[in-house]
Design a protein around this ligand. Structure first.
Ligand SMILES: [Zn+2]
Ligand SMILES: [Zn+2]
Length: 394
């Protein structure tokens, strides 16, 4: 087994609150209820006074209280919202989440992944009215196009939003090992047929292209923090479980040599972590090619000793490594990966995240298995979901 350096985050501070806004996910679910701290874009649109329909609304005199006739036909106050389905976030194969951390009234924002295409990122960011002037950093979980495909567009939007404001350029935080291209081996030679077949996924944006659009590149392959310690980004994720063995068909194109090579492990993958007062840790994992149990175990290990600084929680009710929410792609969809579901669910139960949001490449079977084993703790990560993690009201 490979030796891994443990990920550590001594500078990670404890936030007063963290909000996650899902810009892109494989699915949308604008209807399912979640815990009280989960909301959604549809509910926000209902409440937005800009959507009030003036024709179908009237102030009323307040005189009616009978309740036994159709409202709107007398002096009863009527509020009607005009709902345009063009305003709703749509789904696409990929992931992008906006993270808004708050401490002592001060806010920092980072974007975690950017979805698969420029057009989807642009359309959903517009629908969610993402303020790109406030995004300080874009963190790429790993070099796969369903996470990096919208990155040039996101950087462009950040640069454009800064055009007339004295704001630092957006930082793009990347693992230095950018591949020429990646894909999958669909077929290997057999006695009957000596051909290989590959599928090539789109190439990730180059560092040069990102800089040209105004990004400040930060290359990191070790655990570190961003934005005054609001967010932690891992280094390589230790592979410890026996069953989380990467992507067997995954391949990497080497342009200089003009050939594909096997690349079962995607070692450039990183996760994002934040800590919220009285609630615990929030973990975002892009695709979990390292395995979602390996991700959660690494977080558990990194925070097993309570922080001794003044930034640590005054509450002793939760353990220092309690995971309040783990969200993102668990990569358990598809025949080969579905065999890993029972082991994954058993070990996730043992780790005990308070809430799980298996989205993107998790697949419905994994989500159903998690829901069976941990009823009430599995929620949708669908596009437009809004999670606000903050201390519960006393
Ligand atoms: Zn991936
Ligand atoms: Zn992915």
């Amino acid at each position: 087994m490979l030796a891994f350096e443990p990920n550590e985050y001594p500078d990670l501070i404890e936030l007063d609150s963290l909000q996650l806004r899902v810009i892109v996910d494989n699915e949308i679910d604008h209807m399912s209820a979640g815990p009280a701290y989960k909301s959604g874009q549809a509910q926000e649109l209902y409440r937005d006074p800009r959507n009030r329909d003036p024709v179908k609304s009237k102030p009323g005199s307040g005189s009616c209280g009978c309740g036994d006739h159709d409202h709107g036909s007398d002096d009863t106050r009527v509020d009607t919202v005009a709902f345009d389905f063009e305003d709703l976030v749509v789904a696409g194969h990929g992931l992008s989440m906006l993270c808004i951390g708050v401490k002592d009234g001060k806010e920092h924002r980072v974007l975690f992944d950017t979805g698969p295409t420029p057009s989807l990122y642009r359309a959903n960011a517009r629908r969610l009215e993402v303020d790109h002037a406030k995004i300080e950093a874009i963190v790429l979980s790993h070099w796969h196009i369903d996470h990096s495909g919208g990155m040039l567009e996101a950087v462009k939007s950040c640069t454009e939003a800064r055009r007339h404001q004295p704001i630092d350029p957006v930082v793009v935080d990347l693992h230095p090992d950018r591949p020429d291209q990646r894909g999958a081996c669909l077929k290997r030679p057999t006695p009957e047929d000596d051909r290989y077949e590959y599928v090539a996924w789109g190439a990730d944006p180059t560092l040069h292209a990102l800089e040209k659009e105004g990004a400040k590149i930060a290359l990191n392959d070790k655990a570190h923090t961003l934005c005054e310690g609001y967010f932690g980004v891992s280094g390589e994720i230790p592979r410890r479980t026996s069953y989380e063995t990467g992507l067997p068909s995954h391949s990497r194109w080497f342009a200089a040599e003009g050939c594909w090579k096997d690349e079962q492990e995607i070692m450039d993958e990183r996760y994002l972590v934040a800590r919220v007062k009285d609630r615990g840790l929030v973990v975002l994992s892009g695709c979990s090619h390292a395995g979602i149990v390996n991700v959660c175990q690494d977080v558990h290990n990194a925070f097993k000793t309570p922080a001794s600084s003044s930034s640590s929680s005054s509450s002793s009710e939760i353990k220092s490594n309690h995971i309040a929410l783990v969200a993102g792609g668990f990569h358990l969809a598809g025949g080969h990966f579905e065999a890993r579901i029972p082991d994954t669910v058993r070990d996730l139960q043992e780790i005990g995240p308070e809430l799980l949001a298996p989205g993107h490449c998790s697949g419905w079977k994994a989500r159903a298995a998690c829901d069976d084993a941990m009823p009430g703790r599995v929620v949708s990560l669908g596009g437009g979901s809004v999670y606000t993690i903050a201390p519960f009201p006393k």
